[in-house]
Design a protein. Structure first.
Length: 318
């Protein structure tokens, strides 16, 4: 008799911070996942709150993991993934942001991509509330990079790429499925990025050493709350600066990320178009590049914290 392949046992690792409505929405969709998340759902709550605890305790099979501080999704994902992997039966970890909405078929599609390719990580497409691509993995094949940048919707991407998996160089970490082997071989997410970059770095490490694929057959909504208040707009600026600093660091100081250099200019251009041409805005952007590229400092270091503090002070007094 031919031995049968054991059924996968998937756990979810979620990072959250004061987003009770979004987390509740996500947990509701995870309850419909096919296959079910038999490995459990682990929510690492940055700067934990009783409101988030209440949301978690209202859903069967969800473990609330309080964290004293909010130092970004990387440490939170590590907390949740490590707890999930304490169960030796867990074969895969589904790493999630709290503001995604997981379609029922998504997990099955991501698992199939891993089975057919032998890769250690698979990623979906991500789209926003207007059904436009919010983020997409970077294909390894150079010709496909030009193709995917001309595409606007998940449906267009599926028509262009089909349902077969394609190797990627990196992917945004709002929804990623990792094998147990990925964590056992590579370790965990770096914790010195604060946010917006640790997911790219880990996906690049995994793709480079163990193989990473994406499939246009799976598209996942990414629906963060709207940036309406001044506080949220300030938070957006600080996150953007963290992204620029982390990308600048990765582009020049990571063995797997040298190709990011060709994208730095585009990201800085997007920063200026989004945040404006004020001298202080330009200075903050330059400082992000300076700290990351020249001083080898990711955004989670003391240098990154000082940069954000200055930027926040300037925004508070304009």
């Amino acid at each position: 008799m031919t031995p049968t392949t054991p059924s996968p046992c998937v756990a979810a690792a979620i990072a959250t911070h004061r987003r009770e409505a979004e987390l509740q929405r996500l947990l509701a969709t995870l309850g419909n996942s096919n296959p079910p998340l038999t490995g459990g759902i682990f929510v690492a709550d940055n700067a934990s709150s009783p409101e988030t605890r209440t949301v978690c305790e209202a859903v069967s099979g969800v473990a609330w993991l309080p964290r004293a501080v909010n130092n970004g999704p990387g440490p939170a994902w590590n907390t949740a993934a490590a707890k999930a992997l304490e169960n030796p039966d867990v074969t895969h970890v589904l790493v999630l942001d709290d503001d995604v909405v997981l379609p029922a078929h998504a997990l099955n599609g991501l698992l199939e991509a891993l089975v057919t390719t032998g890769a250690a990580v698979s990623a979906p497409l991500l789209f926003d509330e207007k059904n436009r691509l919010w983020a997409f993995p970077e294909p390894c094949e150079v010709a496909l990079r030009a193709v995917i940048r001309r595409i606007h919707t998940p449906e267009e991407c599926r028509q262009a790429f089909g349902d077969v998996p394609h190797p990627f160089c990196w992917a945004t970490g709002a929804c990623m499925l990792y094998t147990r082997q990925a964590f056992e071989t590579l370790g965990f997410f770096r914790e010195d990025f604060w946010m917006l970059g640790e997911d790219l770095e880990f996906s690049m490490r995994a793709a480079s050493l163990l193989g990473g694929v994406f499939t246009a057959a799976v598209a996942v909504p990414h629906l963060p709350p709207p940036a309406k208040t001044a506080a949220i707009r300030t938070s957006h600026r600080l996150k953007f600066l963290a992204l620029l600093q982390n990308l600048s660091y990765l582009a020049f100081h990571s063995p797997h990320c040298g190709h990011l250099r060709s994208y730095l200019a585009g990201n800085f251009k997007r920063y200026v178009r989004t945040e404006g041409w004020a001298p202080g805005t330009l200075w903050d952007g330059w400082c992000a590049f300076y700290e990351g590229a020249l001083w080898k400092q990711p955004a989670g270091t003391a240098a990154g914290a000082r940069l954000r503090e200055r930027a926040a002070h300037r925004l508070d007094h304009r």
